[in-house]
Design a protein around this ligand. Structure first.
Ligand code: AMP
Length: 144
C-alpha cells in the first residue's frame, strides 16, 4: 500500500499555522481539529517546521506559562522529514518507529499535499490484515 492510498481515504486536508502564530493559537488549532500536530507554514504549501503537542508539553515544563505568548517558531522542529504520495506505507512505518515521531507531511512537487499520522498507518495495516483474512477464509471455505 502506498501513501496516496491513505490520502484517498482520509483526504488531503492539512492543518497549518504561520510561524508567527502564538503557542496559544496553536493550542486552539490542535483542540479545534482534535489533532496532535500541525505543519508550520507561511503560505499553506511550503513547510517551515512541524510542531506537536509533545513540543508544547516539554517546553511548558521547561519555560512555564509565558510560553503561551511566544511564536510557534520558538518550539517547532525545523528539520522536517516528509514523504511522497508514491512512497510505501511500510517504509513510512519504519521511519516513524525509528525516529519516534507520529506525523509525517506528504509533499508533491514541493507542495504540501497531506499529512499521515501513526494512527493512519496502523489503520491501513489493520485494513490490509482484515482483507487478507477474508481472502484466506474465502479460499479455505471454497476449497473442495
Ligand atoms: P510527535 O510524535 O509527532 O508528536 O512528535 C514528536 C517530536 O518529533 C516532536 O518534537 C515533533 O516536533 C517532532 N516531529 C514530528 N513529526 C516530525 C517529522 N515529520 N519530521 C521531523 N520531526 C517531527
Amino acid at each position: 500500500m502506498r501513501i496516496r492510498d491513505i490520502l484517498r481515504r482520509k483526504g488531503d486536508t492539512v492543518a497549518t499555522v504561520g510561524p508567527d502564530a502564538t503557542v496559544r493559537q496553536l493550542l486552539a488549532v490542535l483542540a479545534e481539529h482534535n489533532i496532535g500536530a500541525v505543519v508550520v507554514s507561511p503560505d499553506g504549501t511550503s513547510i517551515s517546521g512541524i510542531v506537536s503537542e509533545r513540543d508544547v508539553v516539554r517546553r511548558l515544563h521547561d519555560r512555564g506559562a509565558g510560553l503561551l505568548d511566544r511564536p510557534v517558531s520558538d518550539i517547532m522542529t525545523a528539520e522536517v522529514r516528509s514523504c511522497g504520495p508514491g512512497d510505501q506505507v511500510e517504509d513510512l512505518r519504519r521511519t516513524m518507529t525509528e525516529h519516534r515521531f507520529r506525523h509525517v507531511p506528504v509533499v508533491e512537487d514541493g507542495r504540501l499535499t497531506g499529512i499521515v499520522s501513526i494512527g493512519d498507518v496502523v489503520k491501513s495495516a489493520i485494513d490490509e490484515l482484515e482483507s487478507e483474512r477474508e481472502h484466506l477464509v474465502g479460499y479455505i471455505q471454497g476449497a473442495p
